[in-house]
Design a protein around this ligand. Structure first.
Ligand code: PSU
Ligand code: MN
Length: 306
């Protein structure tokens, strides 16, 4: 089997059955601008530590799959223009060619699962794109949630996507989508979308218990925990929807699609909102990191007591 390179800290935490939280690297290389991306990458790790877990940022560096990165590696991901965006379909290519790659939610889930890491924190997942009827663009993140047993903590689904179709897809695939302290699907930059969720849990203890039962029932899908951004950092859902429409039109005129679409839209929104989406993006990642680390810690504690 292709070897994973675990950082010393991650190796030890796995041996000692300590809580670990995986982090993706696409948000570093393709989701946020420099130098914010590097600051975020470091700060999110420190939040996970201060909430009782060990962070494991995942990426491919010169063909080697790394779980837990050092500062130089984070810096490379933040600065280099030669880091590919790697989803499930790109993994073997990047590894076999000896390239460097930033992992999406899908690829991070695959690697975390192979490493034995149960929890994963990100900003937002990919989903069904708004132009699905013409493009058939559905993120591989959804299929991965359907088949890989990792708990993903996110701020819901970016409103650059079709939230309704994304929820339907996840439901069809049997992926539980849980609202943490909310009845409505959070929309990434906005704490609330008009889409009602079927599942709501209000405490970290209930979330940890949910994960344990999911495992006992051998339900091998992923779990999506959606954590609304604090109101004081959010952008108005309807106002943002208008800006997103414009960004989509720009993308269409420029012929931007596929892998390039999400990074383009994120960049354009940051520009159009004078950085407000960036501020929101950072805050939601930090809030998710805190929640993810707390669920992981609680889960391990409950397992020990069983
Ligand atoms: N959310 C963000 N920034 C990002 C992404 C999500 O705020 O950069 C990334 C994640 O890595 C996610 C990916 O897995 O976008 C989805 O891309 P695509 O739609 O091409 O599958
Ligand atoms: Mn896509």
């Amino acid at each position: 089997m292709q070897e994973l390179i675990l950082s010393q800290e991650v190796k030890q935490a796995l041996q000692e059955k300590k809580p670990i939280v995986a982090l993706e690297s696409t948000i570093i290389s393709h989701g946020l601008p420099e130098p914010l991306n590097f600051k975020m990458a470091q700060h999110v790790e420190s939040i996970i530590r201060s909430n009782g877990a060990i962070p494991a940022t995942i990426a491919i560096i010169e063909g080697k799959i790394h779980v837990g990165l050092n500062e130089d590696q984070l810096l490379l991901l933040a600065k280099s223009d030669n880091v590919l965006k790697v989803s499930r379909s790109d993994l073997a290519y990047v590894v076999s060619q000896g390239f460097s790659g930033a992992t999406t939610v899908a690829a991070t889930m695959i690697i975390a699962n192979k490493a034995g890491i149960k929890f994963f924190v990100t900003g937002g997942i990919g989903g069904v794109h708004q132009d699905y009827n013409s493009s058939m663009d559905v993120s591989a993140d959804l299929e991965e949630l359907a088949r890989t047993s990792v708990v993903v903590v996110s701020a819901g689904i970016k409103s650059i996507l079709d939230l309704g179709k994304t929820l339907e897809y996840l439901e069809t695939k049997g992926v539980p989508v849980i609202g943490y302290k909310t009845d409505y699907l959070p929309a990434f930059y906005s704490s609330k979308s008009p889409f009602k969720l079927n599942l709501r849990l209000d405490t970290v203890t209930e979330l940890a218990r949910f994960v344990i039962v999911q495992e006992k029932l051998a339900l091998t899908t992923g779990v999506l925990v959606t954590n609304p951004l604090e109101r004081k950092f959010e952008l108005d859902y309807n106002e943002l929807a208008k800006i997103i429409d414009k960004s989509h039109q720009k993308a269409q005129i420029k012929g931007i699609m596929g892998k390039k679409l999400t990074p383009f839209l994120l960049q354009d929104l940051a520009l159009e909102t004078k950085g407000k989406t960036l501020k929101a993006n950072l805050e939601l990642i930090y809030s998710n990191a805190k929640l993810g680390a707390r669920i992981a810690s609680k889960y391990y504690k409950m397992k020990q007591e069983e």
